[in-house]
Ligand binder design. Structure first.
Ligand code: DC
Length: 228
């Protein structure tokens, strides 16, 4: 039976970097579910539908096919067959993803894709509601968090390295708005599953955070415990 490790938490806590490293070590598939919501967000932006118009967004979903593929061990996401893995990494698409993720029809639309991945492979899946809604049976659940300031600083450095024209204050403001929206939406809000282990990485280097998560997993996953 496939294993599932669910990693949930707010934006910028280090989920994707840590989940990717863990998946590589365990030889599991890494599933970045944020990429699915980002792809819906990009599609809505391109369709010139208002992000506040839940009805029009819902009506647009039948024209959209979101699929995942893997190239060299890296996840790629496709919008009606087009590889949009790079175009979805902009602040504009981040905000659009957060907006569409509050719409029940969008969450329902992406639910099966996520469950299918976990049914077919052992996965490390990261997102906001993996441990609570998508894979409540996951063998290991981690709620990864850090202070908003620490997360904004990391995201700001990342954007700067990519040459993006932004400020720390703007990134922090976006982060706080997304945190608020993600934790206050009516459906599947970001929250720690009762059986999830809380890992706060505010004062960790990336290497320390990875090691902490690795130990948490090793203590709970029989297979990785034997290998460790
Ligand atoms: O993890 P990310 O920043 O790529 O996610 C983009 C947005 O998608 C985020 O603001 C909330 C939403 N999201 C979600 O609602 N549920 C998930 N499982 C993953 C992401």
């Amino acid at each position: 039976m496939p294993y599932a490790i669910a990693i949930d938490g707010p934006a910028g806590a280090g989920k994707s970097t840590i989940a990717r490293a863990l998946a590589k070590e365990l030889q599991f598939i890494y599933v970045d579910t944020g990429a699915l919501y980002r792809t819906v967000g990009l599609y809505i932006l391109r369709s010139h539908i208002a992000l506040t118009d839940a009805e029009a967004i819902t009506a647009g979903l039948p024209g959209l096919r979101v699929t995942l593929g893997y190239a060299g061990g890296e996840q790629r996401v496709f919008l009606n067959g087009e590889d949009v893995s790079d175009s979805i990494r902009t602040p504009e698409v981040s905000m659009a993803a957060s907006a569409v993720s509050a719409i029940p029809a969008v969450r329902a639309f992406l639910l099966q894709t996520q469950r299918d991945m976990a049914a077919a492979h052992s996965v490390v899946m990261d997102g906001r509601d993996i441990g609570t809604t998508i894979l409540p049976q996951a063998q290991v659940k981690i709620f990864l968090t850090a202070s908003a300031e620490a997360r904004a600083q990391r995201r700001f450095t990342e954007l700067q390295e990519k040459g993006a024209d932004t400020t720390y204050e703007a990134v922090l403001q976006d982060m706080e708005k997304r945190d608020y929206d993600d934790t206050h939406r009516a459906i599947s809000p970001l929250q720690q599953a009762p059986d999830a282990v809380l890992v706060d990485t505010s004062h960790d280097t990336l290497a320390q955070a990875i090691e902490r998560v690795r130990q948490t997993v090793a203590a709970r996953l029989p297979r990785s415990g034997q290998e460790a």
